[in-house]
Design a protein around this ligand. Structure first.
Ligand code: GLY
Length: 563
């Protein structure tokens, strides 16, 4: 009997120590070894399996990224691009820019008519909208430099999933039904997302052409996408639909390793993506601007806290519009913009009284000088390596065009350029000369894959989709944990608001602000616009004992998977 009791106790102990399971404090999944949080359960599962089989966080990131290209076609991609931020277990950091580039035939006024008027929709709904894809080159470069497993191992699960299919979620079934007419209209063949009759949750999406393209990549590496059969299919698609990408553009594409942009917020070090994403610079500016104020004391989303955060957002987005672009083409005063003194000066005229209208706020003078879609995933492995990846086709399913015979969707990232100074892009973002179209240039992004350290230890891996709202979503997720003591899960689920300087409006989710707060802020001169959802943050929090909490945003099918 004593023996049986001991065995039972041992079994219970093993169960609770090996089975992560959500705990009882509104936490997300808690795991002891590794964690993957992504926009789709199949992709998180594939990433976690790679971790469990001994792969590191970069191996898992590459596997997750290729998996998302199959099971999350609205934003996961091989026809788009993105950014990766890495923090290795020894604290060394790296960032990889695999952002799309303007084709060599692109030119500044390509989305304007002969009288200089913007041609509505051209930068979104055409093959001209497509930038040279960077995703495949990016994943292969990351794997080569930091991975431990061969490409065949990390890409095979995605190939199998494309070949055999996977069950679509309710949201995906709804998407495919809603977009059926568009997919049929913009494609010269019937893509896999279109079926006779209506999609239902659990139906299987099989993508044979995509599987063949992924096999080309598996067998030929970079050349399997940027040269040969797949490249020719992409170039043919461009010729057929008036796009600009040529075989030369594809052969020339190279991702770039860049030094991370870093800043501090109290005891935390912020490691994020430098230009051509505006995300890291803007996030550090925002944190610098609110740091001197008693945000914790004021409380979560009280009128004072929102007033302060929005004041910072107005100033930061005004700077973004003026100064940020592709650092290979324009000089960007990054150091000056993220300088704490500069940020303090920018907030000098902030008071707890009325709001300063956006028209009275312009960019500063630093000394010396995406329905929106994108997807983010966060990974930590058993050794303590961390990877944050945000990747995109720009809008949901890009321009909805599938490359015939190759099965992947084209991005419409060219809309992230400033098509004309002062003219808003599809996210309402305004830009100037720094982000004007030039051949071979990368369009400015808001993607903000970010890693936080606390007192030198890995603390959080975080990021979000959401076009212009990415930066403010990441900003809020960080403050929710650091200032408002939320768990990672609470922090990603909490209601969000957003201001981007212009338009001069606070966008908000219903759960973000109560009517009292809204009324108080209206008295200060603010206008409001209710939105169904803002951002979708997927993040990992590292506890002091090194256990990991996954925060998977409830707004989507986002899932944390760990062991
Ligand atoms: N396409 C959205 C972004 O890069 O910000």
């Amino acid at each position: 009997m004593k023996n049986i009791n001991s065995i039972l106790i041992l079994l219970l102990f093993l169960f609770f120590s090996c089975n992560p399971g959500p705990d009882h404090q509104n936490r997300g999944l808690v795991a002891t070894h590794g964690m993957v949080v992504s926009a789709h359960p199949e992709a998180s599962y594939i990433g976690r399996q790679i971790l469990e089989k001994g792969g590191n966080a970069v191996d898992a990131a590459v596997a997750t990224d290729f998996a998302l290209a199959v099971c999350y076609p609205s934003a996961g991609n091989i026809g788009g691009g993105g950014f990766m931020v890495i923090r290795l277990k020894d604290g060394k950091t790296a960032t990889l820019d695999f952002r799309e580039k303007a084709p060599l035939l692109a030119y500044e006024k390509m989305f304007q008519d002969s009288s200089g008027k913007i041609i509505p929709g051209l930068s979104i709904n055409s093959d001209l909208a497509t930038g040279v894809p960077g995703a495949v080159a990016g994943m292969l470069a990351a794997l080569k430099k930091y991975g431990t497993l061969p490409l065949e191992k990390v890409i095979q699960p995605a190939i199998d999933m494309a070949e055999k299919g996977f069950p679509v979620t309710r949201k995906q079934a709804d998407d495919f039904n809603r977009l059926k007419e568009t997919f049929v209209r913009v494609n010269r063949f019937v893509p896999a997302f279109v079926k006779n009759g209506q999609w239902k949750v659990g139906d299987t999406l099989v993508q044979k052409d995509l599987a063949a393209t992924l096999r080309q990549i598996r067998d030929n590496g970079r050349a399997g996408f940027y040269q040969g059969e797949v490249a020719e299919k992409l170039a043919d698609q461009m010729k057929y639909d008036g796009g600009l990408i040529t075989l030369e553009d594809l052969a020339n594409y190279k991702p770039v390793w860049r030094e991370a942009v870093t800043g501090t917020y109290k005891d935390y070090k912020v490691i994020s993506m430098p230009p051509p994403s505006s995300g890291g610079v803007a996030l550090i500016q925002l944190l610098n601007m609110v740091e001197p104020w008693p945000v914790k004391k004021w409380g979560w989303n009280t009128s004072r806290t929102v007033h302060l955060m929005v004041a910072a957002e107005k100033r930061v987005y005004a700077d973004r519009a003026e100064f940020l672009g592709d650092p290979d083409y324009v000089d960007i005063p990054v150091k000056q913009l993220i300088d704490k003194g500069y940020c303090k000066k920018r907030m000098k005229n902030f008071s707890l009284g009325r709001a300063i209208p956006s028209d009275s706020i312009s960019h500063g003078n630093p000394p010396g000088y995406e329905s929106e879609e994108t997807t983010h995933f966060s990974i930590v492995d058993a050794r303590g390596n961390a990877v944050a990846v945000t990747t995109t086709l720009n809008r949901s399913y890009g321009n909805k065009v599938v490359v015939k015979g190759a099965g992947f969707l084209l991005n419409n990232e060219m809309d992230d350029f400033s098509s004309k100074p002062g003219y808003p892009n599809s996210f309402g973002l305004i830009g100037g000369k720094a982000n004007a179209i030039q051949p071979g240039k990368r369009m400015l992004s808001s993607m903000t894959p970010t890693i936080l350290e606390k007192n030198g230890h890995l603390f959080m891996v975080v990021g979000s989709p959401g076009g212009s709202t990415i930066i403010t979503s990441v900003f809020q997720a960080i403050l929710n944990v650091v200032e408002h003591n939320m768990t990672m899960q609470q922090a990603v689920d909490a209601g969000r608001f957003h201001h981007q300087w212009k338009p001069d409006v606070i966008f908000y989710e219903k759960s973000a602000l109560d009517s009292l707060t809204i009324n108080e802020l209206k008295k200060k001169g603010y206008e409001f616009h209710l939105r169904k959802s803002i951002g979708r943050v997927d993040a990992v929090l590292v506890f002091p004992d090194n256990r990991l909490e996954g925060g998977a945003d409830h707004r989507g099918d986002d899932t944390a998977d760990g062991y």
